[in-house]
Ligand binder design. Structure first.
Ligand SMILES: [Fe+2]
Length: 290
């Protein structure tokens, strides 16, 4: 399997990983042969690259099946829209797909997984939260978490950026620099997320802590409260590393994705500085086996 830029795709190639729409529905399933119309569609939707194979039906090592990932993304989107419309919502609506996702990641823990997922530049915050959740769960398994802690962590990480859904999407996806006012707005999303989660009845208190603290940094360089070290909840320390791993390896409107080795190099360089060293070690082992 290799990552190929959309303008380098040819009709001899076969899609190795499914491609998702921002709402979590599958746009094109894996193992489909690339056609001219698929290439045109990917360009139209501003995808930058796709994972392809030259041989069809190659066995893939995926931590989570396409169907389960899609189920979780859609359940988060449904819960958020219920929340926006002011209905009393039950966050445990995503319990079954989330538990399915955790058991798949647990089953596949001995495979060195490719944690990078191809997403559109127009992609939603929901698929970002699900991807960070997958990475966080995999890291926590490496750290020896049992199933009940895994579920509590996953439920919180699944909504860690819910505060971002209340920020105008043109600010989130802006090409070029943001004004200082806009940066202040973005930096409010941890507190906004915490407040939103507090208003719900079914999320554990740790979910609020994850939303509030996932941009805090081990050395106190984070925001909004500049917490340090073990004053930051362990779940939020895991979410921080998973979030940065996903952000760096994702294509952004204003910069290209970093490779896995560039990203791991950066995370390792920040062990004990920005990030909890135990969490960084667990991620490195999950990704490289070392
Ligand atoms: Fe965030």
């Amino acid at each position: 399997m290799e990552r190929v830029a959309v303008d380098k795709l040819t009709t001899e190639m076969v899609l190795a990983r499914s491609i998702y729409l921002p709402d979590g529905r599958i746009l094109i399933r894996k193992n489909v042969g690339i056609t001219a119309s698929i290439i045109a569609k990917l360009k139209e939707l501003r995808f930058s690259a796709a994972y392809v194979d030259t041989a069809p039906n190659d066995e893939k090592n995926e931590p989570v099946s396409d169907l389960t990932r899609s189920d979780v993304i859609q359940s988060v989107a449904r819960l958020d829209s219920a929340f926006r419309s002011g209905k009393g919502i039950n966050f445990l609506g995503c319990k079954a797909p989330l538990q399915q996702m955790i058991s798949e990641i647990t089953e596949n823990r001995n495979i060195l997984i490719n944690l990078i997922e191809i997403r559109s530049l127009n992609d939603s915050i929901y698929s970002h939260m699900v991807q960070v959740c997958i990475i966080a769960v995999r890291v926590a398994i490496q750290m020896g978490y049992d199933q009940s802690k895994l579920f509590e962590l996953a439920l919180g990480v699944l909504f860690h950026d819910i505060g971002m859904t209340r920020i105008a999407s043109d600010i989130i996806n802006r090409i070029g620099g943001l004004t200082s006012d806009e940066v202040i707005q973005i930096k409010k999303h941890p507190k906004t997320g915490y407040d939103l989660i507090l208003q719900s009845q079914n999320l554990p208190a740790t979910a609020g802590e994850i939303a509030f603290q996932h941009h805090e940094r081990f050395n106190g360089d984070g925001y909004p409260r500049k917490l340090t070290g073990f004053n930051i909840h362990e779940y939020a320390r895991i979410a921080a590393v998973a979030d940065v791993f996903d952000a760096m390896t994702s294509e952004k409107p204003y910069r290209h994705a970093k490779t896995i080795s560039e990203t791991l190099y950066y995370l390792k360089s920040q062990k004990g500085a920005e990030f909890d060293p135990v969490v960084v070690d667990a991620l490195v082992t999950a990704v490289t086996g070392e």
